[in-house]
Design a binder for this molecule. Structure first.
Ligand code: PEP
Ligand code: MG
Length: 325
């Protein structure tokens, strides 16, 4: 089967009824980069920059960060790369970064919260990203955003870095694409402001599922208790896609669920046209969508999501659809 998927590498990911789906891959280290060409992915939809910090024994210096990003972009050879700013804390431990013991680390001082409280750290990273992307496009996004105001605060720091660099004669990126991850349920009630604030939104379904169902993603005893393909979560995802459509803001998803053909199918069913997954999933997901009637699926799935009386699990419907079509 691996061979069969390899043969799909150069086949364009278009559904049977003609929808082009962007299939990107997730990465975080240089060893991941060769998989970009090997898998035939459309780019890197999530580059987890904290990995460089997690494998180092001391804080990577500004020049090391810049060199690393430059290297990533060189190896990506013109394919788009979306860098996520540091997502330290929670399940992502950086040993030399002494944070206080927390009772609920997932809900604690992490990601964008930590970056905003340590603006020196964030500005160093922003500067490294700007310098590494000189003359090219810089795509970046913020993890664990809770309020739209946090995005504005980072944008202001970004503007300061841009001014600083241009004052000293540095080349700047020729285009900046500034995005946010949607991982915290509070953003569901700020969707209109959010979509107007950013160039794109990427759903972090691992965390969004964890927080919306109140189940620890690292605790199998509870994390498998509720179905990610159940009505509540699929309705959440559908609302996000609809808000993106209303505001013409591109929406994508980069959590683990994009890596499984059945859940990737459900994502297309609720309207996603772009997803990012582990590189080994590009082949299997592409094989699924080549035979998919996306519009027919959407009609059936939307009916199931709008049905307030049915007790039939949506997963059953999806499995049946996949088998019959
Ligand atoms: C997510 O939360 O879905 C995500 C993509 O980010 P991470 O898994 O790195 O938290
Ligand atoms: Mg996350």
């Amino acid at each position: 089967r691996q061979e069969q998927f390899r043969a799909l590498r150069d086949v364009e990911p278009i559904t049977k009824d003609g929808h082009r789906i962007r299939l990107q891959m997730n990465a975080g280290l240089l060893v991941d980069l060769p998989q970009l060409a090997d898998s035939g992915a459309d780019g890197i939809g999530l580059f987890r920059t904290e990995l460089q910090f997690m494998i180092a024994s001391t804080m990577p210096k500004s020049e090391e960060q810049e060199a690393f990003y430059r290297n990533v972009l060189r190896q990506a050879a013109g394919m788009p790369v979306t860098f996520r700013t540091l997502d330290i804390g929670g399940d992502k431990v950086v040993s030399y970064f002494r944070a206080q013991e927390e009772e609920n680390p997932a809900l604690g001082w992490r990601a964008i919260r930590l970056s905003l409280d340590r603006p020196g750290l964030l500005r160093t990273q922003l500067r490294a990203l700007l310098k590494a992307s000189a003359g090219a496009e810089l795509r970046m996004m913020l993890p664990m955003v809770t309020e739209v105001q946090e995005i504005r605060a980072v944008r202001e720091l970004m503007q300061k870095e841009v001014q600083h660099l241009s004052k000293f004669g540095h080349h700047l990126p020729k285009k900046l694409q500034f995005g946010a991850m949607l991982e915290v349920p509070a953003l569901m009630w700020q969707l209109d402001e959010l979509m107007d604030e950013v160039d794109f939104v990427s759903v972090g379904s691992n965390d969004l599922f964890q927080f919306s169902m109140a189940v620890d993603r690292g605790n199998a005893r509870v994390s498998d208790r509720f179905d990610i393909l159940g009505r509540p979560f699929l309705r959440i995802l559908r609302d996000i896609v609809r808000a993106g459509d209303r505001h013409k803001t591109p929406v994508t998803l980069c959590g683990e669920m994009a890596s499984k053909p059945l859940s990737a199918m459900a994502l297309i069913g609720v309207g996603f046209r772009s997803i990012s997954m582990s590189p080994t999933s590009i082949g299997p997901v592409k094989a699924m969508l080549l035979g998919l009637e996306a519009e027919k699926l959407s009609v059936e799935l939307n009916a199931a999501l709008d049905d307030h009386h049915s007790l039939v699990p949506v997963r059953e419907l999806l499995v049946r659809f996949a088998a019959d079509n």
